[in-house]
Design a protein around this ligand. Structure first.
Ligand code: ADP
Ligand code: MG
Length: 327
């Protein structure tokens, strides 16, 4: 027997929430905001065939659907508060739904971000998922806004880059990438770890941040434009995923500079914050690399270490310009 809409909600998306919160089951959810906070919100839409493969493991898809939103909260320095899940399904498969919900709730529990509502519909166009994440920032705290970068700020990147892009290429059939390399990078694509703790911890130390979802070159240029400055970055300082070293230079370069789906934070901070930021890296066990600095001169320049300086254009993923996965 096919599962109906209400059985899907009741069986898979109605786990209990804290007392005092009105979660799934009424016309709308209700929860109090912690005192002296402002609400921060974001939403991402994921479509089968564009953002994920139809046969992706549902447990990783559940994780990623929430992770990409928690990453946006992290890039503001916000603390997760709650989330809502809209899902369109062709035929509700109980095994698929159980695994999807497990992946979703595991990450939601990790960051105390309860699922408090959503919508469930049938879809004729494959699976469609849209998560809304709510978070908070202390009142009066501007957050890690893109427009707060300052000239001479250091530029930092969390984690490493390029792994997700290489895994995506391999899954799309690129035979430059060995099965071993796919195995070593697949987690980066399918189970990104949103830098939630880092984002909040950076509030007193950093100025501006963006999460890298469409490629470093492109996302950084959004920040530079908003902050009315340029940047110099050092190729040798960029945190390349350790398994990418043996790849041909052009593939490695594209993966690191233009590869999407990294969900690492790229942030700017004054030089006086260096020691604090290095200590945060240790305290949170997140590698943080200082890769360059903001400049008065506009544009993004990549220094190769041999004297060669290259001007980077804002290439990266754009939904209306290229038909690949990401976004
Ligand atoms: P309405 O028709 O008023 O939009 P629904 O009948 O669609 O309400 O949803 C019933 C309840 O289930 C609501 O509380 C809604 O927020 C929740 N809900 C529906 N789909 C989901 C989902 N995928 N995840 C979490 N909660 C959901
Ligand atoms: Mg409805």
């Amino acid at each position: 027997m096919t599962l109906g809409e209400f059985s899907v909600i009741a069986r898979f998306f109605s786990r209990p929430v804290s007392p005092g919160v009105l979660g799934v089951g009424d016309d709308a959810a209700r929860l109090g905001l912690p005192p002296d906070t402002d609400l921060v919100s974001c939403k991402d839409l994921l479509i089968e065939g564009r953002h994920f493969f139809a046969d992706v493991a549902p447990v990783t898809l559940g994780h990623k659907a929430l992770a990409v939103n928690l990453s946006d909260l992290a890039a503001m320095g916000a603390k997760p508060l709650a989330c809502l899940l809209g899902i369109g399904l062709t035929t509700p498969d109980p095994d698929w739904l159980r695994d999807f919900a497990d992946g979703f709730y595991r990450l939601a529990d990790q960051w105390q971000c309860p699922l408090i509502g959503g919508d469930t519909i049938s879809s004729e166009f494959g699976t469609v998922i849209s998560v809304t994440a709510l978070g908070t920032l202390p009142k009066g705290e501007p957050g890690l806004r893109r427009d707060r970068g300052q000239i001479d700020d250091d530029l930092w990147i969390s984690g490493d880059l390029g792994g997700a892009d290489v895994a995506l290429r391999a899954l799309q059939g690129d035979d430059n990438i060995s099965p071993e390399l796919l195995a070593a990078t697949r987690e980066r694509l399918e189970r990104p770890e949103p830098r939630v703790a880092l984002g909040q911890a950076l509030l007193p130390h950093a100025h501006a941040a963006i999460d890298i979802s469409d490629g470093l070159a492109q996302d950084l240029q959004h920040l530079l434009k908003a902050s009315h400055c340029g940047a110099e970055i050092q190729w040798q300082q960029l945190p390349v995923h350790p398994m990418l070293q043996a790849l041909p230079e052009n593939i490695k370069r594209l993966a690191v500079l233009n590869g999407g789906d990294a969900y690492e934070l790229c942030f700017t901070a004054p030089k006086r914050s260096r020691t604090n930021i290095e200590q945060l890296a240790i305290a949170l066990s997140v590698p943080l690399s200082r890769v360059g600095s903001l400049t008065q001169a506009p544009g993004l320049r990549l220094h190769h270490g041999n004297g060669l300086v290259e001007s980077l254009s804002a290439q990266g993923f754009d939904h209306f310009k290229r038909g690949e996965q990401h976004g």
